[in-house]
Design a protein around this ligand. Structure first.
Ligand code: PAF
Length: 278
């Protein structure tokens, strides 16, 4: 696997591949790779002829007081995993490469980016949309792969790519879970052994909420029940547990449309998010 740190070198590889009519896949990450990331890489390797992974801990998507400084960094292991999987190129730029002095452009997906996760982490989706817009332009891949674990992020990115006519296809990949249901996340390392026992209650509860709504329970009632369950299991707080329309992420009112249960809750140092389809 080649490793490059600047956009010119990245583009040289891509132009070379394009010259050979090879299709290109992109797997954006912030590193600390787990099997969820590797599922994205595998999907890209199956679907396209050349795969680029990116590793960039994007400062613009961390708010004040969030974990930018302590975000897990495991670059050596990440390189080993990507190499072992057969990824062709790693783009690992510095913050200066991505945001040179004088950088003054931002991308915001209003509406979708302001609710749920966006309401609790103001500016988060502006940071995500800005960096992903840059990565898509830099790599000019045919397809880019993102996990469904970050369901709202996936919706924001799809909307951004559509609105800005970015030709890269955005593909979602199913969440990878531990055997007890906990969704894989780089931030799971923040959980103590005791908290790790409690954590699967999040997934279990949203599955139960989905079952209740499908059986006809009013979404608001199921949401209140679910939040109480999560607190009773030992979580410190629930930022939101919402049954929403899968497209608009607005409250779920039309049972003929596809719905999703989204949750964010705090457990010790870890703020866990998860979601399931109705
Ligand atoms: O999901 C992530 O890891 C990040 O938000 C992403 C998409 C790599 C942008 O920094």
């Amino acid at each position: 696997m080649d490793i490059v740190g600047n956009v010119d070198e990245l583009r040289k590889h891509v132009y070379d591949w394009r010259g050979q009519s090879l299709s290109v896949g992109l797997v954006p990450t912030m590193g600390a790779l787990h099997d969820g990331h590797m599922a994205l890489a595998r999907r890209s390797l199956e679907t396209t002829e050349r795969t680029i992974a990116t590793l960039f801990i994007n400062p613009r998507q961390f708010g004040q007081g969030e974990d930018l400084d302590s975000y897990p960094r495991t670059e050596e292991e990440d390189v080993e995993k990507l190499t072992g999987a057969g990824v062709h190129l790693l783009f690992a730029p510095t913050a200066q490469e991505m945001y040179p002095n004088g950088f003054s452009t931002g991308v915001a997906v209003s509406g979708l980016g302001d609710i749920l996760e966006g309401a609790f982490r103001p500016g988060f989706f502006d940071g995500v949309a800005t960096v992903v817009c840059k990565l898509l332009n830099q790599a000019a891949a045919d397809i880019a792969f993102f996990g469904e674990k970050d369901f709202q992020q996936l919706r924001v990115i799809r909307t951004m790519a559509r609105d800005l006519n970015i030709p890269t296809r955005i593909e979602g990949v199913a969440t990878v879970r531990e055997s007890d249901g906990l969704a894989l996340s780089s931030r799971n390392v923040y959980l103590s052994a005791e908290e790790r026992q409690v954590a699967p209650a999040l997934y279990q509860t949203i599955c139960d909420v989905a079952t209740k709504v499908k059986a006809g329970a009013p979404p608001a009632e199921a949401e209140a029940w679910g939040s109480a369950q999560i607190l009773a299991a030992g979580f410190a707080s629930v930022d939101y547990l919402s049954v929403v329309d899968s497209q608009t992420l607005e409250p779920y009112v039309d049972a003929s449309r596809s719905g999703r249960v989204l949750v964010a809750a705090q457990l010790g140092r870890a703020r866990l998010i998860d979601n399931v389809a109705l």
